[in-house]
Design a protein. Structure first.
Length: 279
């Protein structure tokens, strides 16, 4: 169903699908917590959900070819069970829910002195203008959960600063680890992640273990270069995971690691440029 808004423009798309295996659905609500808090469990048929999501993917791709459609927010759908009998209404007291994830950096105060410092240092840090522009793009993409695009932007920062113009994987890895700033950034990043974001740190360690990589500077360089290689090409095949507009979530760990390494690396470069100026 195509649902227009009050202005006549398309605002929502609904797909109605028959439930062949109702035993795979379960909804409960735990109201024992003090109000207004309650816990809702909404279990669904994962196979059916995957089929519906694939239909949204197809609609998004084909509609955007014919019409000026930017995207369908299939990552955050609203699910609703159409209860047709008294038994179904009794079994499924919770019959719908929606999800929406937002990751926005919180506003931060910028006093006059801080802004003046930025203006004064603009020429000191001029060599970092382009790398910082890639970093800004990466943060914007990361905040929108576009992890593949975010990773690529962060990787360009590291490649531009430490890749020494190399294109072969082994030479890029060596160039990365030859840089003390890169090595220090990896060490600081892993320590910060383990201390401040243990959940993501656990996912990073799991990804390294799956790739048989050491959790150190050499392993990080290889992980980054390998990931870039996976995202640099595309084959229209469903037999393996590739970087596509539908698989951003699968590259969240890679984007997270690239983001924090790039953050520490740029900080190190700024310290070095400041020290050169002082000398």
């Amino acid at each position: 169903m195509f649902i227009p808004g009050s202005d006549g423009l398309l605002t929502r798309i609904a797909i109605v699908a028959p439930i062949r295996k109702p035993e795979r659905f379960r909804t409960t609500m735990d109201t024992t917590h003090p109000e207004p808090t309650s816990t809702v469990v909404f279990e669904m048929d994962d196979e059916l959900v995957a089929q519906i999501r694939a239909e949204f993917h197809a609609l998004e791709s084909q509609l955007s070819f014919r019409f000026p459609l930017c995207r369908i927010m299939w990552e955050w759908p609203h699910f609703e069970l159409i209860r047709e009998t008294a038994a179904e209404r009794e079994a499924f007291q919770v019959y719908g829910y929606g999800t929406k994830e937002e990751r926005r950096r919180a506003p931060m105060p910028a006093d006059e002195d801080a802004v003046i410092d930025v203006v004064k240092s603009r020429f000191v840090f001029a060599p970092l203008t382009v790398p910082l522009s890639f970093y800004r793009e990466g943060l914007a993409e990361y905040d929108q959960f576009r992890f593949i695009s975010a990773f690529v932007s962060f990787y360009f920062v590291l490649e531009g600063l430490y890749g020494q113009g190399n294109t072969k994987n082994r030479l890029v890895e060596k160039a990365f680890t030859d840089s003390s700033t890169f090595r220090n950034a990896v060490i600081a990043s892993l320590a910060a992640a383990g201390r401040e974001q243990p959940g993501m740190y656990a996912r990073v360690t799991a990804a390294f273990a799956a790739g048989e990589l050491a959790l150190d500077e050499t392993g990080a360089a290889r992980f980054l270069v390998r990931t870039r290689g996976r995202l640099h090409h595309f084959t229209n095949s469903v037999r393996r995971l590739e970087g596509t507009p539908f698989t951003h979530k699968e590259f969240e760990v890679a984007a997270f690691l690239a983001k924090i390494i790039t953050t520490f690396a740029l900080s190190g470069e700024m310290v070095a440029l400041g020290a050169t100026l002082s000398a």
